[in-house]
Design a protein around this ligand. Structure first.
Ligand code: ADP
Ligand code: S3P
Ligand code: MG
Length: 230
């Protein structure tokens, strides 16, 4: 048996205003009708957001562990936009992992590659782009993001970030005897710069989709809900 959402999306993709569409809606129970209505307004809002973005990308910035990669992927799915993770693209281009790049070429080479990869990804067309935590510290990248995208800062406090990044050892900047001190120093350096982002959303320990929903709400508000681009 088909789910309500499958049924809803089939109706929505068909001629909903037609007599046939109306008959099908009338055949659904109340709970199903409200699911249809919700899906419909969701679909409309997402289309309006994409139209308001036009050729611009959504660029996620913020500290390591803020959720740029994991929330970004879900946000792209929700907005039905392509997704790219700058770190993954840098690894592909270099044929090495990020820890390997840092170890063999050093951070400054990594930053050069990061700038180039982000420029290419933004030039390729609108998408949701998760950047690495240091990328937005480049004035050139900030200027490019300002022209070709809309920046979204996923802001989180140090304790949340530390709990998250402790679980993996793939972040070379934190591979030292005092990762917590390093994280706090980077927060002090970077937060005033991240604060230039167009939109700020708090990343905390709630399901990823809650953060996705808040980004969408913030975007809708920025585009003044009815989708009129600024
Ligand atoms: N809202 C959230 N709730 C719980 N865990 C989260 C949330 N956002 C991110 N995480 C987790 O934190 C870790 C780091 O997230 P990630 O997306 O890699 O961050 P970033 O790309 O900003 O460094 C991952 O394990 C991810 O699932
Ligand atoms: O903050 C940073 O300088 C870095 C963040 C990492 O990405 P995430 O923010 O996705 O962890 C990655 O680009 C690299 O390890 C450097
Ligand atoms: Mg990431």
């Amino acid at each position: 048996m088909r789910s309500v959402l499958e049924e809803a999306s089939e109706i929505l993709s068909g001629p909903i205003g037609s007599p046939k569409g109306r008959r099908r809606l009338a055949g659904l129970r109340r709970v199903e009708v409200s699911a249809v209505a919700e899906t419909r307004s969701d679909t409309g809002e997402i289309e309006r957001l994409r139209a308001a973005l036009g050729e611009r990308s959504l660029v996620l910035v913020g500290m390591m562990g803020a959720g740029k990669s994991s929330v970004g992927r879900r946000l792209a799915m929700k907005l039905q936009m392509p997704f790219a993770d700058a770190d993954v693209e840098i690894e592909k281009a270099a044929g090495m992992t990020i820890p390997e790049i840092f170890a063999s070429r050093g951070e400054s080479d990594f930053r050069d590659g990061e700038r180039r990869v982000i420029a290419r990804l933004l030039a390729e067309g609108p998408k949701v782009l998760a950047t690495g935590g240091g990328a937005y510290m480049s004035a050139e990248t900030r200027e490019r993001v300002g022209r070709m995208g809309l920046s979204v800062w996923l802001k989180a406090d140090a304790d949340v970030l530390m709990r998250r990044v402790r679980k993996r050892s793939n972040r070379p900047l934190l591979k030292n005897p005092d990762p917590e001190g390093t994280l706090r120093r980077l927060i002090d350096e970077r937060y005033p710069v991240y604060a230039h982002s167009d939109i700020t959303v708090l990343s905390r320990d709630v399901p990823h989709d809650v953060v996705v929903g808040e980004i969408i709400d913030a975007l809708a508000q920025r585009f003044s809900l009815d989708g009129a681009a600024e």
